[in-house]
Design a binder for this molecule. Structure first.
Ligand code: S3P
Length: 458
């Protein structure tokens, strides 16, 4: 058991403990609400950009240096998969990682199954690359959660390109078998705004002769488009129709990637700072790519006091420092084009909504049902255990604000963002909250508990 030193002033006691049980699972115990979270936080590298840097570096010619890579479990899964195909990647234990690219046809046929772990981005983006590796055979799998997540959204368009891919349940679920082919270009109109779908097809298109285009209903995160250009690819973007085109075959060239801090990780502190009385937190070096800043717009709409400071550009991505101070929040309605720009932040926004006056309604977010867990069902049930008034809708949540929550026994369902969202909710819950299976945080934020302790004890 690890017990962090409590902050034992009269009104202000927070005890954070991690308890390991016999199944080697960790429960995070947060007792009594903290007041006045204060300090400066440096958040880990952006998960989406980290995956892309490892993948593009692997299929580029020459060396890629990645600074600020996220050292979480998900990028480790990507690195392991590409290492198994002969890419030399330096150990993921320091701020700087080197990838010695093998070129777009240099990947070796792996001698064993590729394991994407818990990472949908690893599996879906990698499938685009594997499908185009002519005459090589690959098996791809993942953990229990990933094996139940839909893969036909990428397999269907890849098959239109001529890919040979088979999977369980009518090619819906991993394990998957891929026999690399010479592909043909397509114009794919994706029914969903998904950066994983868009990126998968663009990566396949990179190794395919001709122009491959993806059109999506709303703009999803555009890190792939930006990074492809940094690696030397020509990318055409039609902002009006949300279309992206790559012309292949294009050989990428290794480069230096500087990974900004992940706004999806910053979101936990933005909400913590907004809802815990007397808080004043500054989060440094946060990526504020407009395809990701829905969380800032939503919190501002709710009345959060957030200041964006020191805006700058780092290796093709906009970056800033964010300061958040506690303020009273109002409920609001979120739907439509903003949803893909805050899709991963909906669990923590649900926590903010619990403490906002009136009703918050989130719609058009059915995608949350097929993330690492069914995030609509899990947030409704777990916040419900803490006394929140949450109604599950088919494609969203309706949340009625309350004065405070009650500590309870809750479960992450092995979902990193659920574990962290519940930990922030616990900061405004009376009594003790125990979050089971809290080790899930290591997927995207290995230092989450240390950082929480740091700002609680400042
Ligand atoms: C991601 C895209 C999003 C997001 C996921 C990461 C990416 O998924 O939820 O956490 O890196 O491309 P979808 O593309 O399925 O919306």
């Amino acid at each position: 058991m690890v017990e962090y030193e409590g902050c034992r002033e009269k009104q202000r006691i927070i005890v954070i403990k991690e308890i390991k049980d016999s199944a080697n699972s960790t429960s995070l115990v947060i007792r009594k609400s903290a007041e006045g979270l204060k300090g400066k936080i440096n958040i880990p590298g952006d998960k989406s950009i980290s995956h892309r840097a490892l993948m593009l570096g692997s299929i580029a010619e020459g060396e890629t240096i990645i600074r600020g890579l996220l050292l979480g479990e998900d990028p480790r899964s990507t690195a392991k998969c590409f290492a198994a195909m002969g890419v030399r990647i330096s150990e993921l234990n320091s701020n700087q990682v080197t990838v010695r690219g093998v070129g777009d046809s240099g990947l070796q046929e792996p001698t064993d199954v590729l394991d994407a772990g818990n990472s949908g981005t690893t599996m879906r983006l990698m499938l685009g690359i594997l499908a185009a590796q002519q005459d090589k055979f690959f098996c791809v799998t993942g953990d229990e959660s990933l094996r139940s997540r839909p893969m036909s959204r990428v397999i269907k368009p890849l098959r239109e390109m001529g890919a040979i891919i088979y999977g369980r349940k009518g090619n819906e679920n991993a394990p998957l078998a891929v026999v690399g082919q010479r592909l043909k270009p397509i114009h794919y109109h994706s029914p969903i705004a998904s950066a994983q779908v868009k990126s998968c097809i663009l990566l396949a298109g990179l190794m395919t002769e001709g122009k491959t285009t993806v059109t999506e209903p709303f703009l999803s995160r555009d890190h792939t488009e930006r990074m492809l250009q940094a690696f030397g690819a020509r990318v055409e973007i039609d902002a009006e129709t949300h279309s992206v085109t790559v012309e292949g075959p294009t050989q990428l060239r290794g480069t230096t990637v500087i990974v900004p801090g992940d706004i999806s990780s910053a979101a936990f502190w933005l909400v913590a700072g907004a809802i815990v009385p007397s808080s004043d937190i500054t989060i440094t070096n946060v990526g504020i790519n407009p395809t990701r800043t829905g969380i800032l717009e939503a919190l501002e709409k709710m009345g959060a006091d957030i200041t964006i400071m020191n805006q700058r550009e780092m290796a093709g991505e906009p970056v800033a420092d964010l300061r958040v101070r506690c303020s009273s929040l109002q409920g609001c309605t979120l739907s439509g084009e903003i949803i893909p720009r805050l899709i991963d932040e909906i669990p923590i926004l649900a926590v903010a909504a619990c403490f906002a006056k009136g009703t918050t309604v989130i719609r058009d977010a059915a995608e949350l049902r097929v993330k690492e867990s069914d995030r609509l069902a899990v947030m409704a049930s777990q916040l419900g255990k803490m006394g929140a008034k949450v109604t599950e809708l088919p494609d969203g949540l309706e949340i009625q604000g309350v004065d405070s929550l009650l500590g309870a026994q809750v479960d992450s369902y092995n979902d990193h963002r659920i574990a962290m969202s519940l930990a922030i909710a616990a900061l405004r819950a009376k009594g003790e909250t125990v979050i089971h299976r809290a080790e899930a945080v290591s997927i995207s934020y290995p230092d989450f508990v240390e950082t929480l302790t740091h700002i609680a004890l400042f």
